[in-house]
Design a protein around this ligand. Structure first.
Ligand SMILES: [Ca+2]
Length: 482
């Protein structure tokens, strides 16, 4: 057979084969406290674990940046923050990257029906342009206070209504709340995103589809129905071990980042609420897991089950008091290590885990390859198809950016951090998963550090203008540079 004829036959075969659908499930601030990742012994995530058994678990996956907006913008545009200049939560991605072709746009342009609900792009107003989707349902918040448009997107602080906070902290009101709100399980905001997904999956579709369902949980405020708190008896909840002086060998910038929102860490510790807050995180994870279970059951029962790729990811991790920090936005394992599972058509080695360090930037090129879409040269990740097929397939390290000129390079074994003032950290994750012992000053590792530093982007784009540089009109969804 001539090559031309062979190609024509292959194209015909490809055309006859229906293109796979994609169910794109995300959670927010879920670190590796997931059963199949082993970050917290005793966490209950039966549905995520079930998904891992039916697909391939990337057990060493890292976000492109440890914060919602830069992580999601990078994942959805395929470009890392040091390329786009999208480093923080206060930047609109759309007017700053007017030519970016996001994952939903690329699917839409190639004959897919694209729909979504909840937090897919960053949730704040101005980051969810309606033209991304054929159909989209915005994030719904659990508690009516948060549903007010003048709270999110933070235009104006409004006093908390009666009953707040739910966590019992004294003289406190704000986002860092947790507890059981007066709502039935089905009334929680994320359930609305799941309901949207279930309805979509129950319908027949004339085109292949890309369906994104983005959950808010376990992001703060960590609200969940009582039954999820009851799964974690307070006396059984373990506070993370934090060695004294853990920050002593950390450079100045790392210390400063760890101190961001330190008042919340201090308040939780001082008021004896650490265990309580850890319990709320566990309850929120298990609640998210139960919602994911509803969605997976819906997919299994639908006509789309056999031909739908499922991708599950979290945008970044979360500290629970490790390194005197109760947030994300650091370049350590707690902030960058995230769950990533790919299941369905294109995955065969079900129930296997992969140890290679991979990046959420790899999702876009992976989906392009699995769904046969045209390649996009701007994508900076690599398709995970080799790793889906072969446990031993090697690949370059995962590189994580945070703010301008700060990076972590993660290989299967090492984490090398270099801040924009040239200071460094080096951790051997094979024996030090919590980044306790900084080896960067040890001369034995000079050559290793140099080798790892090769992967750091040569240039870091200047930070793009913040939202205050634009007049944003919600009704027309347009931005005008001031
Ligand atoms: Ca997040």
């Amino acid at each position: 057979m001539t090559r031309r004829r062979f190609l024509a036959v292959s194209a015909l075969a490809a055309a006859a084969q229906p293109r796979p659908n994609v169910l794109f499930i995300s959670v927010d601030d879920m670190n590796d406290w997931v059963g199949c990742l082993g970050g917290y012994n005793g966490v209950k995530t039966p549905n995520i674990d079930r998904l891992a058994r039916s697909g391939v678990l990337f057990a060493n996956a890292h976000c492109a940046s440890p914060l919602c907006n830069p992580s999601r913008t990078a994942l959805l545009t395929g470009m890392r923050p040091s390329t786009t200049g999208m480093y923080n939560n206060d930047q609109f991605w759309r007017p700053n990257l007017p030519n970016a072709v996001t994952i939903p746009m690329h699917f839409k342009a190639n004959g897919y029906r694209v729909a979504g609900a909840g937090k897919v792009f960053h949730h704040t107003s101005g980051n969810n342009p309606p033209d991304q989707w054929d159909e989209f349902q915005l994030q719904v918040f659990d508690d009516p206070w948060y549903r007010r448009a003048d709270w999110y997107p933070w235009n104006k602080r409004v006093p908390a209504p009666e009953g707040h906070p739910f966590n019992g902290l004294k003289n406190f009101q704000g986002e860092f709340d947790w507890g059981v709100i007066p709502a039935a399980e089905r009334e929680y905001g994320d359930q609305k995103a799941i309901d949207f997904g279930l309805k979509f999956l129950s319908q027949s579709q004339s085109k292949p589809f890309f369906l994104a369902v983005g959950l808010w949980h376990p992001h703060i405020p960590m609200f969940a129905p009582q039954k999820y708190f009851d799964m974690y008896p307070p006396d059984k909840v373990k506070i993370p071990y934090t060695p004294d002086g853990d920050l002593d060998d950390v450079p100045k910038i790392g210390k400063e980042w760890a101190a961001v929102r330190r008042e919340e860490y201090n308040r939780i510790a001082k008021e004896g609420k650490w265990r309580d807050a850890v319990r709320a995180y566990l309850a929120s994870i298990t609640f998210a897991d139960a919602m994911i279970g509803r969605l997976l059951d819906g997919l299994d029962a639908s006509r789309h089950a056999a031909n739908t790729i499922v991708v599950f990811w979290s945008d970044n991790g979360w500290h629970l008091g490790e390194k005197e920090h109760w947030h994300k936005s650091t370049l350590w394992q707690r902030s960058t290590h995230v769950p990533l599972i790919i299941a369905g058509p294109g995955t065969r080695q079900h129930g296997q885990a992969r140890k290679q360090a991979v990046s959420l930037l790899d999702i876009y090129p992976t989906l392009i390859e699995l769904c046969g879409l045209p390649k996009r040269t701007e994508c900076q990740g690599l398709s995970l198809r080799p790793q889906l097929e072969n446990a031993a397939a090697t690949r370059p390290p995962a590189v994580i950016d945070y703010l301008r000129g700060n990076h972590a390079v993660r290989t299967d074994r090492w984490r090398y951090i270099r801040y924009n003032d040239g200071t460094e950290e080096l951790y051997d994750e094979s024996v030090d998963r919590e980044d306790w012992k900084n080896l960067a000053a040890d001369p034995r590792y000079t050559a290793l550090k140099k080798d790892l530093a090769r992967w750091i982007p040569a240039k870091a784009a200047e930070s793009k203008p913040e939202r205050t540089a634009f007049d944003f009109d919600f009704d027309t969804y347009t931005y005008k540079r001031k």
